[in-house]
Design a protein around this ligand. Structure first.
Ligand code: DX5
Ligand code: ZN
Length: 214
């Protein structure tokens, strides 16, 4: 299992310190939640802050866009050379075009599905993307309760991925902890995002990250 701590739960007064610490603790990706106050009822960070994160991150950035104007934000973040950019399928009229644009910028394209969105809705995009992000909470906030139906969605998605693009990864985001990591693994999940579990862990970041590497 690859682990992508969400910096939404980091100490924003000490962001560089926290990003360096999770990378030293062995995370695989640094998950960055970009919210615009329109697609979701919360507002987070833009390219000025994320470029400071990129400077100190020893691991690739995994940018999760939760915005209305995806193309605008892709262009804004592309110069920071993130590993992945994901956008929500519910908010994109031309997903195939945007996938091609992200790839042309040298970034791995990923698509995010809200908890109600069936995996079959992106069946014919799977051949062109590197990762699918399944939300296991409603997007907008850290620290929410895990929605267990994501396990069934992950299994259905895995079957489609085997058919169309076996290299495509499944990432799950929201309410992930040591309490559900085994079920996620069994459902075929490859990458987990964890915010409050990693940054709020009393035994430290390394303990938290290691406990998710099943
Ligand atoms: C929610 C974000 C998540 C969030 C996860 O919209 O996409 O990345 O930070 O936080 P936890 O792990 O606390 O649920
Ligand atoms: Zn996220």
């Amino acid at each position: 299992m690859l682990v992508a701590p969400s910096i939404l739960s980091a100490d924003f007064g000490n962001l560089a310190r926290d990003v360096e610490a999770i990378c030293e603790a062995g995370c695989d990706l640094v998950h960055v939640d970009v919210m615009d106050g329109h697609f979701v009822p919360n507002l987070t960070i833009g390219p000025v802050v994320v470029s400071a994160v990129a400077k100190v991150a020893a691991k690739p950035l995994d940018i999760h866009l939760m915005v209305e104007n995806n193309t605008f934000f892709v262009e804004l973040f592309a110069p920071l050379k993130p590993g992945y950019i994901s956008f929500h399928i519910e908010e994109e009229k031309h997903p195939h075009r945007l996938v091609q644009k992200i790839r042309s910028l040298g970034i791995k394209p990923a698509i995010t599905l809200n908890p109600h969105t069936p995996p079959e809705s992106i069946e014919f995009l799977l051949a062109d993307i590197d990762m699918v992000l399944l939300m296991s909470v409603n997007p907008g906030f850290g620290g929410q309760k895990f929605i267990p139906s994501v396990l069934e969605r992950a299994k259905r998605l895995k079957a489609l991925i085997k058919k169309h693009n076996p290299d495509c990864l499944i990432e799950v985001d929201g309410g992930v902890s040591d309490q559900n990591i085994q079920e996620l693994k069994a459902a075929g999940v490859d990458v987990v995002v964890a915010g409050s579990y990693v940054f709020g862990n009393k035994e430290g970041y390394k303990h938290a990250i290691d406990s998710l590497k099943v």
